[in-house]
Design a protein around this ligand. Structure first.
Ligand code: ARG
Length: 570
């Protein structure tokens, strides 16, 4: 596999830096935001100038005097405060395009250092509805899994369902005293939530109830058959709901080992932590202290309560040990909200003391906000259940489709609405920087204009329609013509797919791929407006057809790496 355009430029820039006695690893190249600046730019001179305390333009001029890119680009130009701008030679673009047109991987290299990666994502809690917040972990985790796998890593996905927590004390108490079987039959999760709430209210009114709740929990933990059987039913109801959501989202897991799976391992784990001197008794509880870890010095982590109960962190440590033993991963990624940051710092630090070497990362994310810029809630002030949200996405997409294309059959409409509605929700998530909070807006995400799934899907449908009209087959050996600027920009974008996908994993940012696909769709729409494809002379027609074929493949592949389907019509 040959280098991407970006990597080629980086290699040449590094060489120039070495000649100048400057650190070669500071060579950085990125695609330009606007094509009149050139195709690629480098801010290396500016970065180096800072540490050298020199004028950036002088450093840029020195680099310019040493860099040899004559076979790749026009002579680079210094712009702005000291950027170096590169415009790739058309002849060189064509060489790359020819390779791309034969490449089944569409220019995306396989990693040279494949790793075994466990991805822990989604992980909702039993007896509570999956709510809108779970969309982030679920969609992000799934996209990262797809991308890592495509890049050649061995990915193991695990849904760490919260099926064993203190919430069961309340729910079992409620089940025994307040259960409404009719409601349970038609809306099980709503009934479980009601039980939980009612019992919480009772507890506030009457402290004696707290003791009863705790008794139920202890009975469950000791394996009491009645409580275990109630617990089993609750878990089953929740699984049904989770599975419905995953089916609509088109998401699957390799493993779904819930917290309960590790129950038997908690007590021996705490004993081992004590024996190894990693944890110690503190006022009847067992805690790990971190006197020498910055940020954790005054934040001990409790692993066993004074009443003998275990905690979230204890389960996560047992889970970690299991994963290391069972799957021997090089890395584990935990896709969970930013508020869990302290928890993961503590768990990772204890893991290190247990001798666990795998690289552990908390892939954190921010919140989804309502129109009022506060945490998104229903009118009654509850979390928005994910199942309802997805249903609404499909209903709204059905309306949009009905207006856009009334000629679709009922079946077609149903399928397209699902592809567009679910795609819109996923893309709204994946096109954001994961760490920033974003405002959830149906109007925005379902719009056919702007950085949205329907816009990208529409580009896909458009290019697909060209092939439906096409008589005859595609040329075997394409000869590319890149005379019209729109052709050239499209070609450049197509060639950038291969350098974009690996960058997603540098900092777990699927939005890099999403934004790339948006640029590609823009380039395709402009090309489509400016360049007739079917009714031009044969050589040009062949060149444009191959650009179209590549656009279709890359849009389709890119969307599928984000977990989004491409419709045939819309
Ligand atoms: N169940 C947790 C929650 O909903 C998320 C679990 C994340 N994964 C983990 N290994 N702790 O908040």
């Amino acid at each position: 596999m040959n280098l991407s355009l970006r990597k080629e430029l980086i290699a040449r820039l590094s060489k120039a830096l070495t000649k100048l006695g400057l650190p070669e690893n500071s060579a950085e190249i990125s695609p330009t935001a606007a094509s009149h600046f050139g195709d690629y730019q480098s801010n290396t001179a500016m970065v180096l100038a800072k540490s050298l305390r020199e004028d950036p333009k002088t450093v840029a001029a020195q680099i310019l005097s040493q860099i040899d890119v004559s076979d790749l680009s026009l002579r680079p130009r210094i712009a702005g405060a000291g950027f170096l701008n590169f415009r790739i030679l058309n002849s060189h673009l064509v060489q790359h395009l020819v390779q791309l047109s034969y490449d089944p991987r569409l220019g995306v290299p396989c990693t040279s250092s494949p790793r075994r990666i466990v991805i822990d994502f989604s992980s909702p809690n039993v007896a509570k509805p999956m709510h809108v917040g779970h969309i982030r972990t679920t969609v992000l985790g799934d996209a990262l899994a797809r991308i890592a796998q495509f890049l050649g890593h061995k990915v193991i996905t695990d849904n760490h369902v919260g099926d064993w927590g203190t919430q069961f004390g309340k729910v079992i108490y409620g089940w025994k005293h307040l259960l409404d079987s009719d409601r349970l039959a038609c809306k099980p999760i709503a009934e479980l939530v009601r039980l939980y709430r009612e019992v919480s209210r009772l507890e506030e009114e009457n402290p004696n109830v707290s003791d009863k709740i705790r008794e139920e929990l202890v009975l469950l933990q000791q394996g009491d058959p009645e409580n275990l059987s109630i617990w089993g039913k609750i878990v089953e109801f929740s699984w049904k709901e989770f599975e419905d959501v995953y089916r609509v989202l088109g998401i699957r897991f390799d493993h779904q080992l819930g917290e309960s799976f590790y129950n038997h391992a908690l007590s021996p784990l705490v004993e081992r932590l004590l024996a190894a001197g990693i944890a110690r008794l503190s006022q009847g509880a067992v805690c790990v202290f971190f006197p020498e870890t910055p940020k954790l010095t005054d934040k001990p982590c409790m692993v066993r309560k004074s009443d003998g109960g275990f905690l979230y962190a204890t389960t996560d440590l047992a889970t970690l040990e299991y994963r290391i033993k069972a799957w021997n991963p090089d890395a584990i990624w935990y896709v969970a909200g930013a508020p869990q940051s302290l928890h993961f710092q503590q768990v990772f630090e204890i893991a290190r003391r247990l001798g666990i070497r795998a690289e552990l990362t908390h892939v954190a994310f921010g919140s989804i906000l309502g129109k009022d810029r506060k945490m998104m809630k229903t009118r009654a002030g509850d979390n928005v259940p994910l199942a309802n949200l997805l249903q609404e996405a499909i209903t709204r997409a059905t309306q949009v489709i009905g207006q856009k294309n009334p000629s679709l059959s009922i079946e077609e409409k149903a399928e397209v609405a699902c592809t567009i509605g679910i795609g819109a929700v996923k893309y709204a998530e994946l096109s954001q920087n994961r760490l920033t909070d974003y405002v959830f807006s149906w109007e925005k995400m379902l719009s056919f204009q702007g950085n949205t799934a329907p816009y990208l899907q529409n580009a896909y449908v458009r290019v697909r329609s060209i092939f439906r009209k096409l008589q005859g087959t595609l040329p075997e050996t394409p000869a590319f013509c890149l005379h019209v600027p729109e052709e050239r920009i499209l070609a450049l974008r197509l060639l950038q797919f291969g350098e974009t996908v690996p960058r997603v994993l540098e900092d777990f940012r699927p939005n890099i791929l999403a934004n790339y696909l948006f640029e590609l769709a823009n380039a395709f729409h402009s090309f489509y407006e400016a360049c007739p494809v079917l009714n031009v002379e044969e050589k040009l027609r062949q060149s444009r057809l191959v650009l179209c074929r590549l656009s279709k493949q890359i849009l389709g592949k890119g969307l599928s790496l984000l977990g989004i389907n491409s419709p045939k019509k819309m």
